[in-house]
Design a protein. Structure first.
Ligand SMILES: [Zn+2]
Ligand SMILES: [Zn+2]
Length: 361
């Protein structure tokens, strides 16, 4: 596998180009950016991470296209999820389209797909792609806190770790928290905010990947930047090296408006969605264009908020092939973390899915 690099989210060309409402983007993998063996992703502008290729964010001035990206004409369900023979009835039912999944809406101006017209990744394409396999020796998802993750700012590291375990069906572990002051990495003050150099964080993480790690994901409330030419980045990952770092700093409204408040359940929802989307990329899942899905790309906060926390049948099947789990038991486990997080819409959805799978003939 090449030196896959996932540059998550983004940066802006210069302060003067910052359109105030649309900077809060997150990253995504882009199919077709494999030219130099690099899978990169990002929101907005190219990242200065050596070897990374990222996408430029286009100012949101163009008219909204009216195309609906999916499901693609002529592609039937089997073409998306592949052969389900050999699965028992409940498992097979989990990967049918079923009643709980919405089609993609028409692309609006400023949406991810307006700027990144990705074709989507079928299960067959996923199987044929290069990505780190989950093996008996490498199956633990490690979360690495950098600085505090206090309860009143969003999910704690315990809540994030528990949710990651339930979502991906793999063991999880928490690495000892790193103090920001102890990091021997570049940092800067930008617009009054102290930012950490995301590439330097990854350099440090790469030297500390546990032998049984599937991946190590650092999570922080510190703002990040990818290089001097950029204003910020939401996160950065190196897929082959199994490391990523993601910041939740810009998902709380008081980052932009001191004193602004938001329901904790909303912050939990954003953090859970972003974390699982980005870890999903580590497993080789590319952006979904077939259904409303947690693996949809998002180019701004409202697009992120409109996307569901769940995986569509196509992406669920990819994860199932990568990890192996009982789909109904997974939904039951997610009911727990969603209800604890106050995410009642997601709780209800997972309950309905579990019941629907239970009703399999
Ligand atoms: Zn993504
Ligand atoms: Zn999907």
């Amino acid at each position: 596998m090449g030196s896959h690099c996932l540059a998550v989210a983004t940066a802006i060309a210069g302060p003067e180009s910052l359109p105030s409402g649309n900077l809060r983007t997150r990253s995504g993998v882009r199919l077709g950016v494999r030219a130099c063996g690099i899978l990169a992703i990002a929101l907005c502008l190219a990242c200065s991470e050596p070897g990374a290729v990222t996408d430029a964010m286009v100012p949101q001035t163009s008219a909204a296209p009216t195309t609906t990206p999916t499901p693609p004409a002529g592609v039937h369900h089997h073409g998306l999820v592949g052969d389900l023979d050999g699965l028992d009835a409940s498992h097979r039912r989990a990967f049918l389209i079923g009643p709980h999944f919405d089609p993609m809406p028409p692309v609006q101006a400023g949406d991810w797909l307006e700027h990144h017209p990705e074709p989507g990744q079928t299960v067959a394409q996923f199987v044929a792609s290069d990505h780190n396999a989950v093996t008996p020796d490498r199956r633990t998802i490690y979360l690495q806190p950098i600085g505090p993750l206090p309860h009143d700012r969003g999910p704690t590291i315990d809540e994030l770790t528990e949710h990651a375990g339930r979502y991906f069906g793999l063991p999880t572990a928490i690495l000892p928290a790193k103090r920001v002051a102890d990091l021997d990495i570049a940092r800067r003050r930008h617009d009054g905010v102290v930012q950490l150099h995301a590439g330097d964080v990854l350099d440090e993480l790469e030297t500390q990947v546990p032998a049984d790690a599937y991946c190590v994901i650092a999570l922080t409330l510190q703002d990040l930047y990818p290089g001097d030419d950029y204003n910020y980045v939401f996160g950065l990952a190196r897929l082959e090296a199994r490391v990523g770092v993601f910041s939740f700093a810009r998902y709380h409204p008081d980052f932009f408006e001191p004193g602004a408040t938001i329901a904790r359940s909303e912050i939990m929802r954003r953090a859970f969605k972003v974390m699982t989307h980005e870890i999903g990329h580590m497993f080789g899942l590319e952006h979904c264009t077939f259904f409303r899905c947690n693996m949809n790309g998002s180019n701004n906060l409202s697009e992120l908020d409109d996307e569901p926390a769940h995986l569509c049948p196509v992406c669920l099947r990819k994860l199932h092939l990568a990890v192996g789990f009982d789909p109904r038991a997974r939904y039951d486990a997610l009911v727990e973390s969603y209800s604890r997080a106050g995410m009642f819409e997601e709780t209800e959805w997972a309950l309905q899915r579990s019941a629907w799978l239970d009703a399999a003939p």
